[in-house]
Design a protein around this ligand. Sequence first.
Ligand SMILES: Nc1ncnc2c1ncn2[C@@H]1O[C@H](COP(=O)(O)OP(=O)(O)OP(=O)(O)O)[C@@H](O)[C@H]1O
Ligand SMILES: [Mg+2]
Length: 365
Amino acid sequence: MTEGTDTRRETTLGQAAETGPLRADGGPPVPIGVKIGSTRTVLVLPADDGGLQIIRTLTCLASYENPITGETKYAFGDDAAAEYPEKVQFPLRSGLPDAGEQTDRAQQFFDAVADSHDIPAHSVVVYATPASGDQSGQANLRSVIEESRIGDAGIERYPEGLCGSIPAFGDHLEAIDEVFLAVNLGSTSTEFAAYRRGEQLAPYRTGSVTGNEIDREIVNNVENESGSRVHIDINTAREYKEQYADFEAFEPVTETIQQPGGGRHDFTVSWSIMDPVEAYLDGVVSEFTEQFLPQLANNYRRVYRPAIQKQIVLTGGMACVPGLVDAFERRVSDRLDEEITAVAPKRADLAATVGAYRIADRLAH
Ligand SMILES: Nc1ncnc2c1ncn2[C@@H]1O[C@H](COP(=O)(O)OP(=O)(O)OP(=O)(O)O)[C@@H](O)[C@H]1O
Ligand SMILES: [Mg+2]
C-alpha cells in the first residue's frame, strides 16, 4: 500500500488524539471513511496536520452498573474487552446486525466512538460493507450511520473488497479504473469478487473459512496442547493469532501464568496457532479455485482471462498475517498449474476504511 504520503496517527477508543479532527464550521463537509466490522471498527478522516487521523477500536461494549446510582452504564471498544472479558458483547459478532438488540447495541457503540473522538457532523461519510445479500442487515447497518450525528452532507456505501483494494493500487482512486480480482479475508466471512472499473462482478461469499473459526480452534488446541492445564478465552485466542501467526517465521509462544500466592508456571504453544491458520489458507485457496474462479469463468469468460493474469488483491484483517500473500500465491499457482501473483495493501486491516475515505474525499469536493 502506498501510504508514504499520509501522516497517520492511530488512536483507539479511550485514548485522546494528539490533535482533533478538522473542524468544518460552515466550511465544506469533512470526508470520513467508516468501516463497522464484526471485530473492529475503523474511521479515517483528515487530521489538523494535513495527514490522516485513524481511529481503530474493537466493535464491542460491556454494560455495568453504577454502584451508587444503580444506573446501567457502558464501556466501549478496547477498554470494554480488557476490563470486562467475561461479559463483553460484540453486537456484529455474526455479521450484519439483525433488527432489535444487535442494531441498538451497534448504534450505542458507534455513537460513543463518534462522540469520544468529536467526529464532525458536517461530513460526507462513505462506509464499506460486506458483499452480503442480507437486505435487512444492510438496512440495519445503514441506519446505524444514518441515526448517528455524522454524515449530514451525505452517506454512501461501497463494497468492502473494492474499498480495501484502493490503497493497493496507488495514492488515489486508481483501482476504480482497473479490472482485477480481490479476496477479502474477514472475521465472519471470506469474500471473492471481480471488479471491472468499480463494478462488482460474480461476488461469492462464504462463511466456511473465517478468521473467527481460527480463534475457536485456537481455544480448543491450547486446551489440548497444554493437557487441559490452560484455558484461554476467545479474545485471547484472537490476540494470539494476530500477534504470532506467521507463515514464514512462526516461533512457539511461551507464556507464564502467575498463581495467586506467588507460584508460576510456564506453558508453550507450538502447533495450536499455525495448524488452524494453515488449514484456513487451504480453505481460502479451495474456495477461490474451486468455487469462485469457475463461476467467474462461466459468467464472465472475457473478464476472467485478463483478470487472472493481474495481481490478485488480498484485503481484510487476515491478510495481515506475515507470509500469507506469498503462501496464497504458491498454493493457488500449484492448484491452477499456472503462475498467479497476489498483493496486499500495507495495512490490510485498515485498507477498506482508507479506500472509503478516499471515495468520500472525492465526493466531498
Ligand atoms: N494483524 C493481524 N494479524 C492477523 N489477523 C488479523 C490482524 N488484524 C486483524 N486480524 C484478523 O482479521 C479478522 C478481521 O478482519 P476484518 O476487519 O477485515 O473483518 P470484518 O470486516 O470485521 O469481518 P466480516 O467482514 O467477516 O464481518 C479477524 O479475524 C482478526 O482477528
Ligand atoms: Mg469484512
